[in-house]
Ligand binder design. Structure first.
Ligand code: IPM
Ligand code: MG
Length: 357
């Protein structure tokens, strides 16, 4: 039996998580998965209902659960709020409180969607890369931070900071993942300019000594951005800091044609994890039954594989999704001429149909 905390959040979060919950219900009924669900609040809706984007209750329940499934947070409605109360704070807060330092962001191109990419098919076909992003340190959390008055004008400060132990643990994550894939790690930094990145590079070299079967290379982040659009298939695992990983993972996601297809995992030292689609809350399309629920459904698959030790059920979900795509069904974001365009609900139903046949 596993217990999973469900945090739909804001915008399309509710609609897409509802489809993932349908998939969970189906696996419970037909494959004795034995997953029980708890509902919780995070983000804008948590602010509306409790006055904070991350209620203590959410953290408390999260700690009693085996895993978390999150939709998305944020929306224009909460943008005027002071920073500490904004939905994004809820997300950053839960990552940090639960020490979910290892963020896995795969960019996989589904062969059925090769023409949805903005790059030429030959550049992206077969793409399968994994970005391992450090998630609870670096400039996102470094002190000092803030905006103050200095020399009679406003002065903004953020600090890019890493302890060697923080670099080492994300390094170990990346190398261990590479061992199960193509055995190549590319560490991305800006060591030609930033001291903190010099340390990053040094520690990655040290960590690599424990993994003689995995090769390590280094790349500056500006070049990495260029290489991602020039020849993304050169990469197996990329490991990088919080901010660089934020930027590069959006870029990598887009190579696959739809950010609406990509799940992610945020793991702690013991593989306790929070699983969520890579995309955001997309307020502009929320409530219209057009959002793509597949990234969230695939997040359940990732959860089964990485945290709950139920890889076979993960495979079942993946193959159901693949079969739905094979049959030509697409949500609007991944549709091209001749496809059968379906809505959020119907896409969820189609996946369940495949699971149940
Ligand atoms: C992401 C998002 C978040 C981040 C925001 C919503 C705080 O962009 O998960 O990539 O910057 O980490
Ligand atoms: Mg981002």
């Amino acid at each position: 039996m596993s217990k999973v905390l469900i945090l739909p959040g804001d915008g399309i979060g509710t609609e897409i998580v509802a489809q993932a919950v349908k998939v969970i219900d189906s696996l419970n009924s037909n494959h004795s998965m034995g997953m029980t669900l708890e509902d919780g609040l995070i983000g804008g809706i948590a602010y509306d209902e409790t006055g904070t984007p991350l209620p203590d209750e959410t953290i408390k329940v999260a700690k009693e659960c085996d895993s978390i499934l999150l939709g998305a947070v944020g929306g224009p409605k909460w943008e005027p709020l002071e920073r500490a109360l904004r939905p994004e704070r809820g997300l950053l807060g839960i990552r940090s409180e639960l020490e979910l330092f290892s963020n896995l962001r795969p960019a996989i191109l589904y062969p059925q969607l090769a023409n949805a990419s903005s790059l030429k098919t030959e550049i992206v076909s077969g793409l399968d890369l994994m970005i391992v992003r450090e998630l609870v340190g670096g400039i996102y959390f470094g002190e000092p931070r803030g905006v103050e008055i200095k020399d009679g004008e406003r002065f903004g400060i953020n600090s890019a900071t890493y302890y060697e132990s923080e670099i080492a643990r994300i390094g170990h994550s990346a190398f261990q993942i590479a061992q199960k894939r193509g055995k190549r790690v590319c560490s991305v930094d800006k060591a030609n300019v930033l001291e903190v990145c010099e340390l990053w590079r040094e520690v990655m070299e040290e960590v690599s000594k424990d993994y003689p079967d995995v090769s390590l290379s280094h790349m500056y982040v500006d070049n990495a951005a260029m290489q991602l659009v020039r020849d993304p298939k050169q990469f197996d695992v990329m490991v990088t800091s919080n901010l660089f990983g934020d930027v590069l993972s959006d870029c990598a996601a887009m190579l696959t044609g739809s950010i609406g297809m990509l799940p992610s995992a945020s793991l702690d030292q013991n593989n306790f994890g929070m699983y969520e689609p890579i995309h955001g809350s997309a307020p502009d399309i929320s409530g219209k039954d057009i959002a793509n629920p597949l990234a969230t459904i695939l997040s359940v698959s990732m959860m089964l594989r990485y945290s709950l030790n139920q890889g076979e059920l993960a495979d079942k979900i993946n193959s159901a999704v693949s079969k739905v795509l094979d049959k030509g069904y697409r949500t609007k974001d991944i549709a091209s001429d001749g496809d059968k365009v379906v809505g959020t609900e119907q896409m969820g139903d189609l996946v369940i149909e495949e699971l149940e046949t």
